[in-house]
Design a protein around this ligand. Structure first.
Ligand code: ATP
Ligand code: MG
Length: 548
């Protein structure tokens, strides 16, 4: 690690643990529940957990926290693996909490035998009623004093499927007066006759998060179990279970969730957007999912740089999506090939030019190793309709009657005449060119302020362009004063069915990244074919949402 970089609070803890000899190396894990696709918030957790074992000796496991059979699916498991790898990380072991169901069941039996767990026949309502409040103590359940023998018998029968869903639970016997509500005899197991994506119908009882997570950490000998702040109150129970069962002493550390403005980062809400068809799927380029960002044209490097810049903290805050956009612009500026595409064409005719010339131009001025390409130039071109004004204001440096501009990588041209239809709409802009002004060999001595992109009409390739904008029109769609769905930005997708591209784009394949000169950064969509090329706008060249 470079000297200049200061350690975050978790790195400081680890550094101290290594220096004191508490650990010789560390083990972390990234523990997603496979009930949805990963989003940009998860990227923070991934970069943190995997980043720690790049900085310090040790390794990171990928552990699927799959204890809730009704919402989980192998489709999600596969997408999570793909996304973690795409971000540039590799796990040491692929693990599933469900791998440990037998062990967890044994742990439960041990707790019962030690008198630390009991089967409760109370309904969820009764359990809630006896729980007390943060300011009033709870009351012991009627079933709290069952004998070990009776508990073993009932728990075995729960497992054997003798009781319907919700009929009984297994609870830890801790303290119904405990100041921490989570320590008031938390539920460890519930009955759920449901098919599990990995264990099938083997089980009809499933461990609760609190009984699975810490025990899985301990089984894997995770040294630093990192989660988000909402688990702070769970830490006491995490430690209690590990101590009571005499397991490997994994320790939990918390950091603040990262939320981003103009979007939502909750799998439940993202699922709702997919199910209600507000977006085309989990990987819709407007989604803040890793797969959506990938399809939008984000690079793994830009997402890692973003996570690095926001760092980690103990207090929740809303991160500006402008920073994410800044990070991707910074990366794409270095790597995206420059191309010319006209979105809203008007014809420019050179009255004093004949033939076709293939002009050599660089692929990326930021990167000489990106090489050059040739673009065809002729006397009939498309330029953007809004690059011409018949009555321009002062300091308008684009095309206007009598005015000179440079055509990118080609010549300086002058507007001599404008042809309009009956309605006054411009049909054609007639120009002449300065033959000695060719880019790279300009001896004209003429300096112009405006440079326009263009394509030769005879060589133009029709392409579809999808312009994406923010999915929500307000900074905090989950402010809870209204349903977040009401804040959807109706302008989040506009399509240009036919834009005209220079012919070199014909060979673009899915995920190729470009800068369309003066237009923004674009990526070839996965729906793109050689017959119908489709490009997604990743981000504009400038921040158009910036305040002030
Ligand atoms: P969601 O509410 O979106 O379902 P989750 O926390 O339930 O999120 P998990 O699959 O349980 O999702 O998360 C895996 C890991 O990613 C956890 O350690 C979790 O704390 C972390 N994580 C999830 N969302 C964020 C976020 N916005 N910022 C930072 N870390 C996050
Ligand atoms: Mg969750």
């Amino acid at each position: 690690m470079s000297e200049a970089k200061s350690l975050n609070f978790i790195e400081e803890i680890i550094e101290a643990d290594l220096q004191s000899g508490k650990h010789a190396s560390i083990v972390t894990r990234f523990p997603p529940e496979p009930n949805g696709y990963l989003h940009i918030g998860h990227a923070s957790s991934i970069c943190l957990n995997f980043g720690l074992t790049q900085t310090f000796p040790g390794y990171t496991n990928l552990r699927f926290d799959d204890t809730n059979p009704s919402t989980e699916d192998t489709e999600y498991v596969e997408s999570i693996k793909e996304d973690v790898r795409w971000l540039g990380f590799e796990w040491k072991n692929e693990r599933y909490a469900s791998d440990y169901f037998d062990q967890l069941y044994d742990f439960a039996l041990q707790l019962i035998q030690k008198g630390f767990a009991y089967v409760d026949d109370s309904t969820p309502e009764e359990i809630a009623a006896l729980k007390g409040t943060p300011t009033t103590p709870g009351t012991d359940s009627h079933y709290r004093h069952r004998t070990v023998q009776e508990n073993l018998d009932l728990f075995t029968r729960m497992r054997n499927g003798e009781f319907p869903d919700g009929a009984r639970t297994l609870r830890a016997r801790i303290d119904m007066q405990h100041i921490n509500m989570l320590m008031r005899d938390p539920i460890l197991y519930r009955i759920k006759h449901a098919h599990h994506h990995r264990t099938g119908n083997k089980w009809c009882i499933y461990p609760m998060y609190d009984f699975a997570h810490g025990q899985s950490d301990a089984i894997e000998q995770v040294t630093h179990s990192i989660c988000t702040m909402e688990f702070v109150p769970h830490r006491e129970l995490y430690d209690w279970l590990i101590n009571t069962l005499s397991l490997y002493p994994s320790r939990q550390y918390e950091f603040a969730r990262r939320n981003i403005n103009y979007t939502v980062t909750s799998k439940r809400k993202l699922l709702q957007l997919v199910q209600e068809r507000k977006v085309s799927g989990w990987d819709d380029p407007r989604m803040p999912t890793i797969s959506g960002l990938r399809r939008r044209g984000y690079t793994p490097k830009s997402i890692r740089a973003f996570c690095e810049r926001i760092g980690i903290a103990k207090r929740d805050n809303l991160v500006d999506v402008g920073l994410l956009e800044f990070c991707v612009r910074e990366d794409l500026n270095q790597i995206a090939l420059r191309r010319m595409v006209v979105f809203d064409p008007v014809k420019l005719v050179l009255t004093d030019y004949t033939g076709v010339e293939w002009l050599q131009t660089e692929n990326n001025p930021e990167d000489p190793s990106a090489g050059t390409r040739e673009i065809p130039f002729s006397n009939t071109l498309y330029i953007e309709r809004d690059d011409f004004m018949e009555q321009p204001p002062k300091k308008y440096f684009r095309l206007a009657p009598g005015q000179l501009v440079r055509l990118k990588s080609a010549y300086i041209v002058r507007c001599d005449e404008v042809i309009k239809d009956d309605q006054g709409v411009v049909q054609e802009i007639r120009c002449s060119h300065l033959p000695n002004s060719k880019s790279g060999a300009d001896t004209s001595g003429v300096h112009v302020k405006g440079t326009l992109h263009w394509v030769s009409v005879a060589h133009a390739l029709p392409v579809e362009v999808r312009l994406y904008d923010r999915l929500f029109s307000v900074e905090d769609p989950t402010d809870e004063t209204a349903d977040f769905m009401q804040y959807l930005n109706s302008q989040s997708l506009t399509t240009v069915p036919t834009a005209y591209a220079e012919p070199s784009l014909a060979s673009a394949t899915a995920q190729d990244r470009f800068q369309f000169i003066r237009k923004g950064y674009f990526v070839t969509d996965r729906d793109s074919t050689t017959q119908q090329l489709i490009f997604n706008r990743t981000v504009g060249l400038k921040d158009t949402w910036a305040k002030g």
